[in-house]
Ligand binder design. Structure first.
Ligand code: SF4
Ligand code: MG
Length: 331
């Protein structure tokens, strides 16, 4: 499989009066053509900033690293060049479609805009494409809906419109940031099915950003778990679910969905994600980790391949320091 997106050693920092926040702190991510990769973690882990940086939309500053997409050096492109890629070869859908859709334009105008810009379609052809896309994402009465405004549609329908917009130019990569979080469970399942269908039909690669491991199990080929601006575990979906190695991942696995099904809470992990950079030394998960050892507070472990294709950043699994395994098993 060819590499479609290759992020190497990425550091995206935010600067404020209170200091520097390394929101993304040395992240490597590869997404191959047609592959669906889940980026998992609680909010504040750096998932969204990573994806926004990949599209050159981050409000933070890239201080180090490289991003290659489809052979192009994203960070070196001119604004004009990046605009030609965004919404075309690389498209994005967000959690809250109401904030991403423009209330004063019709659905048809908004879907049509991308194809007019990127594919040089006439107004008429763009509207036909919009109708075609609305049908593709399962919106009934597409010929009528195309002339309606976002507020006239339900949340689930608006999310379908967002997907139609994102898919209108046949992107090679779709970045989906919590695409179903704001929706109720039934609609959620429908949207995931739709995305699965589209990716199979069009061979679109997907970067699926989510805090929901159910979504990962359903959709993804590979998973990257992020914590406090760093990748802490990475593997194919099956080994992650059958053999999660990092204590943070194990905690996420134990998370219990609330009874109304609306939100998954991380009952099993006490505390919250530290502001990246606030802990100067050691593993950033140490304050919440039930396995923390003395070394964990002194040095940050490397992301190491602990089994073929399975990477983990944890002293429990590290080969770097003799005796750590023993200390761990002695507990
Ligand atoms: Fe826990 Fe230590 Fe592993 Fe960090 S390195 S996750 S503190 S055991
Ligand atoms: Mg986010």
């Amino acid at each position: 499989m060819n590499k479609l997106l290759e992020i190497k050693g990425l550091k995206t920092y935010f600067y404020s009066d209170d200091g520097v926040v390394p929101a993304v702190d040395g992240v490597d991510i590869v997404i191959h053509e047609g592959e669906t990769v889940g980026i998992v973690g609680e909010s504040g882990c750096g998932k969204s900033v990573t994806s926004l940086t990949a599209m050159r939309l981050t409000p933070g500053k890239v201080v180090e690293g490289s991003i290659k997409f489809n052979g192009k050096n994203i960070l070196a492109l001119s604004d004009h060049e990046i605009r030609a890629i965004r919404g075309n070869e690389m498209a994005m859908i967000f959690q809250e479609p109401m904030t991403s859709l423009n209330p004063v334009f019709t659905i048809g105008q908004q879907i049509g805009e991308a194809v007019q810009i990127h594919m040089n379609y006439s107004k008429q052809k763009a509207k036909e494409r919009a109708v075609e896309m609305l049908k593709l994402v399962g919106i009934p009465r597409a010929e009528q809906i195309v002339d309606e405004y976002p507020h006239q549609l339900s949340g689930g329908m608006r999310q379908r419109v967002m997907i139609a917009m994102a898919m209108a130019c046949n992107p090679k990569l779709l970045i989906a940031d919590e695409p179903t979080t704001a929706l109720d469970v039934t609609i959620q399942a429908q949207i995931l099915d739709l995305m699965k269908e589209l990716k199979e039909k069009h061979k679109t690669a997907i970067m699926m950003i989510t805090h929901d491991l159910g979504v990962v199990a359903e959709m993804c080929d590979r998973v990257i778990v992020m914590y406090s601006g760093k990748v802490v575990e990475e593997s194919d979906v099956i080994s992650l679910f059958t053999n999660p190695k990092h204590p943070y991942t194990q905690g996420l696995m134990k998370s219990v969905p609330s009874l109304d099904g609306e939100e998954k809470r991380l009952y099993s992990i006490q505390g919250s994600v530290p502001i990246p950079g606030s802990l100067r030394e050691g593993c950033s998960f140490a304050p919440r980790c039930e396995f923390a050892m003395s070394i964990c507070k002194q040095a940050m472990p490397r992301l190491e391949e602990v089994e073929t294709g399975h990477l983990c950043r944890c002293w429990l699994h590290s080969t770097d320091q003799g005796g750590i395994q023993d200390e761990a098993t002695a507990r």
